[in-house]
Design a protein around this ligand. Structure first.
Ligand code: AMP
Length: 181
């Protein structure tokens, strides 16, 4: 795995653990020489993770729409790509990443995570997808996915594709070793 696209909150969340762990995740990425691809903003956990990579001299590519760029604070990243639409942004993020991971966030994060997981199911891409489960943040979502499987709306074999750990290095190991499905 040379590059990882992350989806995460444009807010900080209610616990200092989210910031600490997002920074730990960014540091682990840089130490492993994995390039970060993300939404390009300095907001919330997005900024924390990207800053941690840059502080360790890692490479960060931000991909942002012109509209978001003009109304949010950006970060001095290694490469900033400004696109016209959210669809173009997603296509660029997908093309530039070997895997996807979500950190805690809101509906934007959920939408991006579930789309990348759905596209994996549809075979639009074969890249691994995981969640960094800081303090069990994603456990309710994982339970909902198990519920879908129990009721035969999500095949068990697809459910198993979603990787999960509360340890950055363990998650990166899993994402890096998972063969394209
Ligand atoms: P949310 O989880 O609702 O805070 O949304 C975060 C996700 O939506 C991120 O992964 C970004 O891709 C996108 N996003 C939300 N707000 C911004 C912003 N101000 N700048 C860039 N991307 C954003």
């Amino acid at each position: 795995m040379d590059s990882l696209c992350i989806f995460c909150g444009s807010s900080f969340g209610d616990s200092p653990a989210y910031r600490q762990e997002a920074a730990r995740f960014g540091t682990a990425l840089a130490q492993r020489g994995i390039d970060l691809v993300y939404g390009g903003s300095d907001a919330g956990l997005m900024g924390i993770t990207a800053r941690a990579v840059l502080e360790q001299h890692g490479r960060v590519t931000g991909i942002i729409t012109r509209e978001l760029y003009e109304r949010t604070r950006d970060l001095e990243v290694s490469e900033l790509i400004i696109v016209d639409s959210m669809h173009e942004r997603k296509a660029s993020m997908y093309a530039r990443s070997d895997a996807f991971a979500a950190l805690p966030g809101g509906i934007g994060t959920l939408e991006e995570l579930l789309e990348s997981f759905t596209w994996n199911q549809l075979g639009i891409h074969q890249k691994p997808v995981g969640v960094f489960n800081i303090q069990g943040f994603f456990t309710p979502l994982l339970s909902l996915l198990d519920h879908l499987t129990e009721h035969q709306f999500l095949p068990a074999v697809q459910r198993e594709q979603l990787l999960c750990s509360d340890d950055p290095n363990a998650l990166l190991d899993m994402l890096g070793s998972r063969k394209e499905s």
